[in-house]
Design a protein around this ligand. Structure first.
Ligand SMILES: Nc1ncnc2c1ncn2[C@@H]1O[C@H](COP(=O)(O)OP(=O)(O)OP(=O)(O)O)[C@@H](O)[C@H]1O
Length: 254
């Protein structure tokens, strides 16, 4: 995980309350290889957007641009100064205790920082591990520390690059519930990269599919409720996304 406190020179801050991301005709190339071919994207405050797409399609490249680490592009990108990123590997410093990892780089007295860390660790259910070393944590626990470290900064934009990709299926489901709760409380705009269609459906308000440098799908996720119609709409969205990714719905195959 990394923290971007300052707005890099080429990124204008988003103004007003409406959006946390505004991307306008963004083009990104590596040499002759045009990875992003003029994409437009807005993410509203409190909105959760998931991005799916083939491996090597440019998802992480887009996330790095939103993070502000890569400033070599054309088109417009506007993001807020307070952004946090969580990657698939939790990237904890092994020589710092869990609580110190959570508040790494923040200013304040040791006592105040520890208090701040304990508070957010309690939110992710790990207060008891505050004084542990990262090496003693399970993969799921380490990832929750990563989330705590991202959220303690109260980001307006939370960037998630396959944060649950390395977790087993059950831990993943628990992590989804936790993330939903954290997002409900902290209310950042969220941009999630995932390979898992069901994860995207479980978490996101909107799903985007990137293919050959363009967004070929940008669709709201119908919420399944008691109404049978919404269940059917959700199934249709799922099939549409799987088809766009070039895979058959495993629940229907065979
Ligand atoms: N620094 C770089 N220099 C040259 N090419 C790069 C660089 N970074 C990424 N690429 C290329 O850009 C393309 C998009 O890569 P990117 O990592 O964004 O894809 P992705 O959709 O995130 O893939 P995955 O799902 O496998 O993580 C790939 O072809 C990759 O090889």
């Amino acid at each position: 995980m990394s923290i971007s406190e300052a707005t890099p020179p080429l990124l204008e801050a988003v103004e007003g309350d409406e959006h946390v991301v505004v991307v306008d005709r963004l083009v990104k190339s590596f040499g002759d290889h045009e990875v992003l071919r003029g994409v437009d994207l807005t993410i509203g405050r409190d909105e959760f957007v998931a991005l799916l797409g083939r491996s090597g399609g440019g998802k992480s490249t887009l996330l790095r641009l939103l993070e502000g680490l890569d400033t070599d592009y054309s088109g417009g990108i506007r993001v807020p100064p307070r952004r946090s990123v969580v990657f698939q590997e939790p990237r904890l410093l092994p020589w710092r205790r869990v609580w110190q990892n959570v508040v790494l780089g923040l200013d304040g007295s040791r006592r105040a920082l520890r208090e701040q860390a304990l508070q957010v660790l309690a939110e992710v259910g790990l207060e008891r591990l505050a004084d542990s070393w990262p090496a003693t944590l399970s993969g799921g626990e380490a990832q929750r520390v990563g989330l705590a470290r991202a959220l303690v900064r109260e980001p307006d934009l939370l960037l998630l690059d396959e944060p649950f990709g390395a977790l087993d299926a059950l831990t993943k489901i628990r992590s989804h519930a936790l993330l939903r709760e954290l997002v409900r409380v902290h209310r950042p705009g969220v941009f999630l990269i995932t390979h898992d269609v069901d994860e995207a459906i479980a978490l996101a308000d909107r799903i985007i599919v990137l293919e050959a440098g363009r967004f070929i799908i940008d669709t709201p996720v119908p919420r399944a409720d008691a109404d049978d119609g919404s269940r059917a709409r959700l199934d249709a969205t799922r099939r549409e996304i799987l088809a766009a990714l070039g895979v058959e719905d495993p629940l229907r195959a065979g």
